[in-house]
Design a protein around this ligand. Structure first.
Ligand code: PMP
Length: 360
């Protein structure tokens, strides 16, 4: 099998070492004679790996002790609902920053709940979401502000917490950048992320929340309740054992690579390589404002739909996979998560140069 590079936005590339380890211990987990696919979530084998995964994640993200960590299901999409259900119980008002598709999905889901009023306090609509909106000073009382930190489809990211959110309760969707950039957990009340980009396989959602938030949350159905999930340590029902196990291996891999700071540095190098190629070429164009560009999701276009299609076909032939842009924005998109090696980006850049030469 020739080397391929998977540039998908998620499910996405995993570290090759991790996939290899999964393969090696798949038939017998820790000499138990049972596969990880078979072990009970009530066994010490599982409890130990879950504890290790949580501790490693705490170390990687420097999660303060007054934060809880949950390993849930339902994807980031269920968090659109859960955050609102659990946290919007004082004023019922949530402030949203509209940065594109996924933030709009969060708004839609919140608006379906009774007694909850989403308010858009800033929107990137005018720029067609190619730039992040400035966030105004907030004088109104909201239960929290919701922010999509990295916009997977539009290719924008907040590099730091916007200044006007410094004294607000902020809930952040970090799905497509978690563990890839050194954000400070203490800046946020709650962080959530679907696993299938920078954490592990699909089926797991990581939630990190300030313990203090658990006070006064109304009584909710167990699976939708943060206090009940925290009380049962994410094992209120059968958890996604395999996804948690694999995420745990990814966390160990990240620690062995130097942690999030090292990942950020690598991600900056990889992204710069691609952005430089786009800037230096006459064929490719990035629609995104320079200051707001994402490190992990990089959309680009040629300006011709036919050429875009040909680019994706030819790239696929060379083993550069899943470069087709999201249907909402078209063109191409390269997702450069932690597990994408520098060699993959170099190969992509070389291919882009070759493709451009062939189309002069
Ligand atoms: N938020 C963001 C920023 C995303 O990129 C995605 C998925 N691409 C989602 C939410 C939805 O995630 P899930 O499929 O885990 O529900």
């Amino acid at each position: 099998m020739p080397q391929v590079y998977n540039f998908a936005a998620g499910p996405a590339v995993l570290p090759a070492e991790v996939v290899k380890q999964v393969q090696q211990e798949l038939t017998s987990y820790q000499k138990s004679g049972m596969s990880i696919l078979e072990i009970s979530h009530r066994s010490s084998l599982f409890t130990n790996l879950q504890t290790a995964a949580e501790n490693d994640l705490r170390q990687l993200m420097q999660i303060p002790v007054d934060y809880d960590v949950l390993f849930l299901q339902g994807g980031a999409t269920l968090q659109f609902t859960m955050t609102a259900l659990n946290l919007a119980h004082k004023t019922g008002k949530i402030a949203f920053v509209d940065t594109g598709h996924w933030s709009q999905r969060a708004i839609q889901e919140a608006s379906l709940l009774p007694d909850i009023k989403p308010t858009v306090i800033a929107s990137g609509k005018e720029s067609k979401f190619t730039a992040l909106p400035d966030i105004p000073e907030i004088s109104e009382n909201f239960d929290y502000v919701h922010l999509t930190i990295n916009n997977t489809i539009e290719g924008t990211m907040y590099h730091q917490l916007p200044v006007n959110l410094k004294h607000q309760s902020v809930v952040a969707d970090m799905s497509s950048i978690i563990l890839g950039y050194n954000y400070q957990v203490k800046d946020f009340d709650l962080i959530y992320a679907g696993a299938q980009k920078n954490i592990g396989p699909a089926g797991l959602t990581v939630v990190i929340l300030k313990h203090e938030l658990l006070k006064n949350i109304p009584d909710l159905p167990a699976m939708l309740s943060y206090p009940k999930q925290v009380k049962k340590n994410s094992t209120l029902n059968t958890p996604p054992v395999f996804a948690i196990y694999t995420a745990g291996l990814v966390f160990k891999w990240l620690l062995s690579q130097g942690g999030v700071a090292a990942m950020q540095q690598q991600n900056e190098i990889k992204a710069q390589l691609l952005y430089d190629e786009i800037a230096n070429s006459k064929l490719y164009h990035s629609p995104v404002t320079v200051a707001d560009r994402s490190l992990t999701n990089i959309p680009f276009v040629t300006g011709s739909k036919e050429l875009d299609t040909e680019f994706v076909v030819r790239a696929t032939e060379k083993g550069l996979l899943n470069l087709k842009g999201h249907r909402l924005v078209g063109g191409m998109r390269a997702s450069l998560y932690n597990a994408m090696p520098l060699a993959g980006v170099k190969q992509l850049v070389e291919f882009m140069q070759q493709f451009e030469m062939n189309h002069e």
